[in-house]
Design a protein around this ligand. Structure first.
Ligand SMILES: Nc1ncnc2c1ncn2[C@@H]1O[C@H](COP(=O)(O)OP(=O)(O)OP(=O)(O)O)[C@@H](O)[C@H]1O
Ligand code: NI
Length: 320
């Protein structure tokens, strides 16, 4: 692993968080009817923390802003995005220069889209990124074995593989490094359950070896098998932070939406709630969940702070 200059690192003890995201805001500038510019706020006041040795799952439905969170950390937001708030890595701010230096070695991402694979480069070369040493070759062989990939795959191009195989290649590309921070954005779609669990187990191992792991997924059930903590996203904000053990009982959970997710789990009878997450352009005032919430009062239209509660956090005025 390429190491950073000690001067860059304020917090070298593994006590403090490896990744700390504070009050992240992301909006998009959009032009409507020619020159009229509007601003679309897609992530609001988002706080997430990952410690070394910890696996944190970010769970939320489609369009809630999970990929944007990953892209903000990796410094790869689209050009029309405006970012506010701060991101710290090992105690000091993750500036653009710093992330460019660390991306792909110390900080790796397993991207959500298969389009991150280069269609013109053979798989083996793509994963090894030009390295020809024995250690890399051995490591690749080990990773391939774990993901049921034959050695011949190294000589193939992405278009010659199935979606599920390419998904495994994306995971292999990130994990051939010795990352300190792994951000995996929906790493398991298209994988059968056995391989999906193996991939989650692999992330867990990296955490056990001391890395910080942030896994983004809409699959709460899978997340609960391996993650230490779960951060729940709803319409661009974090509404709850809970421990895996909190999911053993509904009353341990804090936010009405997290409780609804709990009731929708297969073992609790697939009980789904009415309605959908609001679209960014039609965001209600105050709590974004209020239109679907039984406990909603006029106060929920005002500011709803993210507060500490029973070692976790919640964004609800009435959570107990
Ligand atoms: N370049 C862009 N310009 C405008 N809006 C965007 C842009 N990229 C993303 N968005 C909007 O930001 C919101 C969050 O997108 P994001 O991809 O982070 O969601 P997600 O939680 O990862 O969803 P999924 O589970 O489907 O991957 C969406 O409403 C999306 O339409
Ligand atoms: Ni996404």
């Amino acid at each position: 692993m390429r190491k950073e200059n000690q001067a860059d690192i304020v917090n070298t003890s593994e006590e403090g968080p490896i990744l700390k995201i504070e009050h992240l805001n992301i909006s998009f500038r959009q032009y409507e009817s020619g020159t009229h510019q509007t601003q679309l706020d897609v992530i609001r006041d988002l706080d997430v923390e990952v410690r070394a040795g910890e696996m944190v799952a970010v769970v939320g439905s489609s369009g809630s802003g999970k990929s944007l969170l990953a892209h903000a950390v990796l410094g790869i937001l689209p050009y029309n995005a405006v970012q506010g708030g701060r991101i710290f890595y090992r105690g000091s701010e993750l500036t653009r220069e710093r992330i460019e230096r660390l991306r792909g070695n110390e900080i790796v991402m397993v991207p959500q889209s298969l389009s991150y694979l280069d269609p013109l480069v053979k798989i083996g070369k793509q994963i090894k990124r030009g390295r020809k040493d024995k250690k890399t070759a051995d490591k690749l062989r080990g990773i391939f074995k774990r993901y049921d990939l034959n050695e011949e795959v190294e000589e193939l191009y992405p278009f010659e593989l199935s979606g599920g195989m390419n998904r495994r290649i994306l995971i292999s590309t990130a994990l051939i490094e010795e990352p300190r921070l792994v951000i995996a954005d929906e790493p398991t779609p298209g994988l059968d359950l056995r391989v999906a669990k193996r991939a989650m187990g692999h992330f867990r191992e990296l955490a056990d070896m001391g890395a910080g792991v942030l896994v983004i997924t809409h699959d709460l059930e899978l997340a609960l098998e391996t993650a230490d903590r779960v951060v729940v996203f709803y319409a661009g904000c974090t509404i709850e932070e809970a421990y895996r053990s909190d999911f053993e009982k509904e009353e341990n959970l804090r936010h009405p939406y997290t409780k609804a997710l709990w009731r929708a789990l297969p073992q609790h009878g697939f009980q789904f709630i009415e309605g959908t997450q609001p679209y960014v352009k039609e965001m209600p005032e105050g709590c974004p969940f209020s239109p679907r919430c039984d406990m909603c009062t006029p106060q929920c239209k005002g500011e709803v702070p993210y507060r500490e509660m029973r070692k976790g956090r919640v964004r609800c005025l009435y959570a107990k």
